[in-house]
Design a protein around this ligand. Structure first.
Ligand code: NAD
Ligand code: DAU
Length: 354
């Protein structure tokens, strides 16, 4: 198969690209990424020379370029991860979220439609797999309820509103044109290569540097955490075995109040750095809450388990230990992404590929 993965230089996308390139030597994987601040080709240094992989720097909103790539590489499957992904940024700049997440997804859908409908076999053997988020479902109370695939959409942030709109467009392309689409909605991911604006890598880095840890509100909001490689495995399974036109929720049944999670991170970093227990607790600083801050997310992934046999492979304690170790061991990666040196790195990489 020839597969286009969008957003492959980002956090989750880089794990998906790595999994597909290594696991399927007979597939050809094209990674299309605009390389925004969140895209970093250093995340893929170990696969960049593989014969079944190539990188195209492009904006998914650029319809002509997307069309050209689909035709040139005879793309049969699309796994769409490219997005603006950070809620706080969406509050400051909602337009760029509508642009990439809504218009970009539409551009990709329309290009796929034009290309696949022009082939003699049409949509036969094709797949458009859209990666979405649990945030489209809104927020839960502290009442043991879960988001299921039937939960009504109720997005609250510009980020989740833009993702919800993109999910609707994907489903509309199935219902209107018969495009073979799949949508999955996943909970919070954690693991290596996550941009340090997100809670876990930000806090690990701040603890290492003795900087304060900005806890929004009272730290009582709850998130459901999944190790990123388990999400990538689920994507692999659903891409190959998922039912067309269906939706699957992906999550780890692993809820943590932010403040409890933060204490686990502090304890782990302190231990691995050889600090006395509790050293970094004093870095906690309660700050003004995020506007519209969703109280609780919790995914029910029973359908995925029962229909396709997927379960998270990693216990949270092991996942967080691995994650903290990775960020502490990869100080240079962290230094580059926080200093902006990585931009120079990928500008050089990109010019080498022209
Ligand atoms: P990320 O911000 O780390 O990476 C996004 C990638 O998309 C970057 O490489 C960026 O350069 C690229 N990109 C952005 N705009 C683009 C454009 N216009 N054209 C081409 N490329 C563009 O994001 P992530 O955390 O890896 O999330 C990936 C996907 O998974 C997103 O669709 C997100 O909504 C979804 N998701 C994320 C989580 C999570 O916890 N991180 C959970 C559920 C779903
Ligand atoms: O649920 C899936 C979503 O998870 C994805 O769709 C998003 O792309 C991803 O960014 C993530 O969204 P969150 O807003 O939940 O993640 P974030 O890491 O920004 O924040 C996690 C929680 O921690 C949230 O309740 C806000 C809080 N927080 C975050 C930051 C960055 C803080 O208290 N302080 C902080 O500095």
């Amino acid at each position: 198969m020839n597969i286009l993965i969008t957003g492959g230089a980002g956090f989750i996308g880089s794990h998906v690209v790595r999994l597909f390139v290594n696991r399927y030597p007979d597939y050809y994987i094209v990674n299309m990424d605009k390389l925004t601040y969140a895209g970093n080709l250093a995340n893929l240094a170990d696969v960049e020379d593989k014969p079944n992989y190539s990188f195209v720097r492009a904006d998914i909103c650029d319809f002509e370029t997307v069309m050209g790539v689909l035709k040139e590489h005879h793309i049969e499957g699309i796994i769409h991860l490219a997005a603006e992904s950070h809620v706080d940024r969406s509050i400051r700049d909602p337009f760029s979220f509508a642009q990439t997440n809504v218009m970009g997804t539409l551009s990709l859908l329309q290009a796929a439609r034009n290309y696949w409908e022009s082939l003699p076999e049409g949509y036969e053997g094709k797949r458009f797999y859209h990666i979405s988020t649990d945030e489209v479902y809104g927020a839960l109370d502290f009442d043991n309820s879960f988001f299921t695939e039937d939960t009504k959409y109720d997005p609250h942030s510009p980020y989740s509103a833009s993702k919800a709109a993109s999910d609707h467009f994907v489903r509309a392309f199935h219902d209107t044109y018969g495009m073979p689409t799949i949508v999955t909605n996943c909970s919070n991911n954690y693991g290596p290569y996550q941009f340090p604006e997100k809670l876990i890598p930000l806090f690990i880095n701040n603890i290492r540097q003795g900087k304060s840890l900005p806890v929004y509100g009272k730290g009582e909001n709850v998130r459901d955490w999944l190790y990123v490689e388990d999400h990538a495995r689920a994507i692999d399974l659903i891409f190959h075995k998922g039912r067309i036109a269906d939706t699957y929720n992906i999550g780890g049944f692993n809820e943590w109040r932010n403040i409890d999670l933060i204490k686990v991170i502090i304890a782990t970093v302190d231990r691995l750095l050889g600090n006395a227990e509790g050293t970094s607790l004093s870095l906690i600083s309660y700050v003004t809450d995020r506007p519209g801050h969703d109280l609780r997310y919790a995914i029910d992934s029973t359908k995925l388990k029962e229909e396709l046999g997927w379960e998270p492979s990693l216990q949270f304690e092991e996942g967080i230990e691995r994650t903290v170790r990775w960020y502490l061991d990869n100080e240079e990666w962290m230094r580059q992404v926080t200093s902006g040196d990585y931009r120079r790195y990928y500008e050089e990489m990109y010019s080498n590929r022209q």
